[in-house]
Design a protein around this ligand. Structure first.
Ligand code: NAD
Length: 509
């Protein structure tokens, strides 16, 4: 708690134990009286904030709308300066913000820092993009006419985020939204409010330095009800929501009911196929990082290995050996590779899933129990479970480090197993056979938004579009042309002739 408080003070984010401070809204009736932030490292309270009321949410959105009306008139390359400044501040405060991610979300030090690096990377990408938000010029069928498209700022973007990427998800959305001319209202996970306040403080400073409107970015503190108030507000043309499929299925119809747009980044159930020709040592390294990194709490965490029968035994042996040497403990210790789960309910879900898998005929190869860590924290031993078939528990996303092993005989069977889950986020194949690799990434291969060869499914770079299909929600964020979701397209036809020819040759005189 002391360290978190010191970091917040250095970042100019105020007092985490100030329920009536600026951080968490003012007076009025509230759904929850207080939002308590606890460190998963030892379960200790590190912050206590007052949530926003629905009336306050409406007020925040109103002020964001005002900021947007000003911001959209600033030329896009000039808007880039805000994001450049944010990137500079993130570089300057990388250690502090990374440490706060470790304290509040339980990530090991290098992953906490990696998350901040991802924010810096998206800022760099967005600054470049601020000069490239271009539309097409399209040939028209009418003489003396020109047809073109322009991309205009959209409005207030509502961002709802999950606990497991407490700062990066905001930056993926905001860095693009800001250069696109939008304002952002962010409802972070109620489990990671302090990191959100830290980001907001850095953005406020960046806005002050470049003279951008202060309300260009705001944070809403609260649980689901606060998220719902944001989702239902017609002044929010885009809701970008990251979290469980359950949440996405609640949010999407509400946004659709008012004909708003939603960008959904939901749960995954990511797999790796390990083919007969695979470089097994490389596969083991890729699998272990993807399956136990962030203690299995990434949307892209590897949850299923689909191994060819000829390599399965050797692969499982090697994985077991690697799992049994994993250092588990405080994420702040430099030697730790597996930190805590976010809270007690995550441990219960982990233990219950392992019990169910065994009831379904699975064999526990290693792990699957509570581990010693720091008193008060939720530490578990990552599990490998050998499964005779893909049962319902394997098809569900349990947000914890459980790796199910399935066996296949031919590639068609492997791809069928691979795709036979409701989620469609990330996927991979380990093979040295070019036919298998190309088939996997082709239209008849993986049905996911991300399909990799000889790398695990986890750990995407920001240059590519990020997101997935089916129950993962279909949204794309980050690189490539994901920026288009944050703008509105206008098609303009300009007549510079003295005639008025009509399209499709229609005569109307
Ligand atoms: P969660 O769904 O419990 O909560 C996510 C956010 O949604 C929180 O801010 C929460 O307050 C809010 N929320 C919940 N119900 C809501 C509703 N009805 N209306 C509005 N807001 C609502 O998820 P979590 O436990 O914080 O995170 C883990 C989940 O997130 C996993 O399923 C993981 O795969 C997913 N995730 C996906 C991605 C991705 O990019 N695809 C990234 C990170 C996490």
């Amino acid at each position: 708690a002391t360290r978190a408080r010191e970091i917040l003070e250095r970042l100019g984010a105020g007092d985490p134990f100030d329920p009536d401070g600026e951080a968490g809204g003012g007076a009025g009736p509230r759904a929850a009286d207080v939002i308590v932030s606890r460190s998963p490292i030892d379960g200790q309270e590190i912050g206590r904030l007052t949530p926003h009321t629905p009336a306050e949410v409406a007020d925040v959105i109103g002020r964001a709308q005002g900021a947007f009306e000003q911001w959209r008139t600033v030329p896009a390359p000039v808007r880039g300066a805000l994001v450049r400044e944010l990137g500079e501040l993130l570089r300057e405060h990388k250690e502090d913000l990374g440490a706060l991610v470790s304290i509040e979300a339980g990530k090991i030090v290098s992953e906490g820092l990696g998350e901040v690096q991802e924010m810096i990377d998206i800022c760099d990408l967005a600054v470049g993009l601020s000069r490239q938000l271009h539309g097409l010029t399209i040939a028209t069928e009418r003489p003396g006419h020109r047809m073109m498209e322009q991309w205009h700022p959209l409005g207030v973007v509502g961002v709802i985020s999950a606990f497991n990427f407490p700062v990066a998800v905001w930056s993926w959305n905001s860095a693009l939204a800001f250069v696109c001319g939008d304002a952002v209202v962010w409802k972070p996970s109620e489990k990671t409010v302090l990191t959100a306040l830290a980001c907001q403080a850095l953005l406020t400073e960046a806005a002050r330095r470049v003279g951008a409107p202060e309300q260009i970015s705001s944070v809403l503190i609260g649980e689901r009800e606060v998220g719902e108030a944001l989702v239902d507000d017609p002044r929010v043309p885009l809701v970008s929501a990251t979290g469980s499929t359950r949440m996405g299925k609640q949010v999407a119809p509400r946004v659709a009911a008012r004909l708003g747009r939603s960008l959904l980044e939901l749960g995954g159930n990511n797999a790796a196929i390990v083919a007969p020709s695979a470089d097994l040592d490389l596969a083991v390294r890729g699998i272990v990082f993807s399956a136990v990194g962030t203690a299995g709490q990434r949307c892209t965490s590897l949850r299923r290995v689909i191994a060819h029968e000829s390599v399965r035994d050797e692969l499982v042996e090697k994985l077991k050996a690697a799992y049994e040497t994993l250092p588990i403990g405080s994420p702040l210790e430099p030697s730790t590779l597996v930190g805590p789960l976010i809270d007690e309910s995550a441990t219960s879900a982990f233990l219950a899933a392992i019990e169910q898998a065994q009831a379904d005929g699975g064999t526990l190869v290693t792990g699957g129990e509570k581990a010693d860590g720091v008193a008060g924290g939720q530490y578990v031993r990552p599990a490998i479970v050998d499964m005779p078939k893909q049962t319902d528990i394997v098809k569900a996303e349990t947000f914890a480090p459980i790796l199910y092993v399935l066996t296949y005989r031919d590639l068609d069977e492997a791809i069928a197993l691979h795709n036979d889950v409701s989620q469609g986020l990330s996927s991979s194949i380990f093979t040295l056979d070019v036919r298998e690799a190309e088939t996997f990434v082709s239209a008849i291969g993986s049905d996911c938004g991300i399909a990799n060869v000889n790398i695990g499914p986890s750990g995407a770079e920001i240059g590519g579009a990020f997101g997935g299909e089916k129950d993962t929600g279909g949204g794309r964020e980050s690189g490539s042309d994901a920026w288009r979701s944050y703008m509105r397209r206008a098609t303009n036809t300009v007549n510079y002739s003295t005639e008025l020819p009509l399209a499709q040759g229609v005569e109307f005189v």
